[in-house]
Design a protein around this ligand. Structure first.
Ligand SMILES: N[C@@H](CCC(=O)N[C@@H](CS)C(=O)NCC(=O)O)C(=O)O
Length: 202
């Protein structure tokens, strides 16, 4: 199998951090695709990823997985330890619930802000929309406040244990720096949680 990866881009980082947390990063062949050089738009890569997005995982039988969470689900299946997606129905549901919240209410909102406001994204997000940027910023900051309140009473995002939901939040909080926003400095509980999550990812 081969994983197509773009270092520093948050969705691909979510997958490589997931593999790191399992101690399996070295076991997967990786090919880097530069988003800045628009390599993801080349016809060869479009054959791998029809939406021209990174990451993508191509299995040995030719199956293409082109959603980061689906790729993580596959890795959870073939590298079951440590479990990162829940080991009983209740844990699985709680972890999925929080992971989706982080993805939809922070990760995607931040991406909308970044893509519509940062000059480096102008060639890819054309035309950029200041209104969309403002809405994304507002939503991302609103959710960061909520997750900070949540982390006041628990060490981990979901089910009182480290999981993919922590990895998704960790990637979002790290990437936020590109907009000079540092949730771990602004919010006390996120600030305490961040080194815990970093240690688990390794
Ligand atoms: N829903 C997809 C989103 C993937 C995605 O948006 N990847 C970004 C990098 S973080 C990308 O490929 N962007 C290329 C572009 O905007 O042209 C997933 O979770 O894998």
């Amino acid at each position: 199998m081969k994983l197509y990866h773009s270092p520093q881009a948050p969705n691909p980082e979510r997958v490589t951090n997931f593999l790191k947390a399992k101690g399996k990063l070295g076991e997967v062949e990786i090919e880097e695709i530069s988003i800045m050089k628009q390599e993801h738009k080349a016809p060869m890569y479009r054959e791998v990823s029809p939406f021209a997005q990174v990451p993508a995982l191509v299995l040995d039988d030719g199956t293409k997985l082109t959603e980061s969470r689906a790729i993580c689900t596959y890795f959870e299946g073939i590298f079951p330890e440590p479990n990162l997606m829940g080991s009983d129905p209740k844990e699985k549901a709680l972890i999925e619930m929080w992971d989706r919240r982080v993805e939809l209410m922070l990760f995607l909102q931040f991406a909308t802000w970044f893509r519509n406001a940062h000059p480096v994204m102008a060639p890819l997000e054309n035309p950029q929309s200041p209104e969309s940027a403002a809405k994304g910023e507002k939503n991302a900051k609103m959710f960061a406040k909520k997750i900070d309140e949540h982390l006041a009473s628990t060490d981990w995002v979901a089910a009182d244990r480290f999981s993919i939901a922590d990895i998704t939040l960790y990637c979002a909080c790290g990437f936020a720096g590109v907009m000079k926003w540092k949730p771990a400095e602004e919010f006390e509980n996120i600030g305490k949680w961040m080194p815990r999550a970093k240690e688990k990812i390794g």
